[in-house]
Unconditional design. Sequence first.
Length: 458
Amino acid sequence: MADTGKRPPHELPTYLKPLLEPTPSSIAKLLAVWDGLSTERHLEILGLYEHLETYPFLRDRVYRKALESDNAYVRYLAAKHLYRSCEPSQEQTGINKQIAEDRDPLVRYSYLERSLGIIGDRDLDDPVQFFALPHAARLAKVQGLWRPGEILANLVRHAVEHELRTGKVSENELAEILLDCVAKPAFRETHALNLGSYDGYGEYSKGTSVVALWHLVPDVPSFMSYILLHYLPESAGLQTGIPPEVLERMTDAQLEVLLSRRDITLEGLRKRLFFDGATQQTRDCPSGLFSAAISYNFDLTYEEFAVILNRPEEERARFLNNLCFAYDLSLCLRQAIHDLLLHYDWSDMRCSGGAEWAKRSLEDGLERVRREASARKKKEVNEWRLYQLARIAVPWKQDREAYPPEEDLGFLAEHIHKGDTWATFTAFSRAWAEDWQRIKKQGLEEVIERLFPIDHES
């Protein structure tokens, strides 16, 4: 069923448009036709009524009709609008009683979703009282939490230490409480940093809310920790990054889940795990924590790549093989890895398939830079072109004929490192950056672009 809750009235069928006018006669007509409409149409109308500018007592007539529906979700939407504990009238008391006695817990506890976890909510402030509630009521309570961090962390920590041990609460029930708070898109939206905000404390509280939840990760059962690892933002409000003490206490399995996320940076940790893991690894391709570490937000400096090239041959081959699975590796590194892996005799190696993996990685990198037109991608492509010049000037295989840069690009020839392709490339890159003003003035960027168009087959 499509989410049609916010469609403007003009998208309704012509025969229904007059029924969405904010007048008593229109509402009377709507109530007259209500029973003949589908559940989908009921939901659509209730969604529109949330934004209809009319008197509350008129709107309530429609909600009271909806409260009689056979569909529990329709009754739930009506109950959320109709329940009022502060009105002592006989009519309101009857409505509240009808909601409280509804056969479906979704409707019975709908009014609890209004809680924002403010001071004075005893059920949320007292974990013993909270976990004495029926599970459906607990879920309704946490649905209303706006920035749930500290309150939710207190409840979960208490449950892990007490209710789980006694069997009063199951792991699945506790996992559902976590999911109802952190899995909805609104969770990220309410914790995102707002640079234009004048509410310094509000931005600070966003950070403390998420930090409180991060501190739960090492202390809850593993499958519950994976919920937090999957949904918690790396930064929130004024808080930047995951607390280091939390990272230190994570297991390898937890780090694997975390680092498999595209939106988690942690570049320093990823590099440490790569250099530690690639040295020890003996299998054909990266897996587990190692694979997660290099999957995203992982690239190498030219100096770091040079260190890899100085490793013993089999170890170097294993490093290069593994780098084929680094999604964010720069284009010139992908090209160099491809070139190098073509040279290995894999029959004597404990890893194989490198050249094919490197080809796929290079094709993926070329396709991405063709699609993206950012300044960063433009610089990446220019570095790739300089690498092309370097590998022609100093081929990786010593028996290949060398062709140093000439004419307009001849100034780069003085930066050649005989017998060292990578050192030649890094020297070309530095020289290009240092002489950028002249290069730009003389149009040399266009020269190298014509020599190595991005659709150039390597």
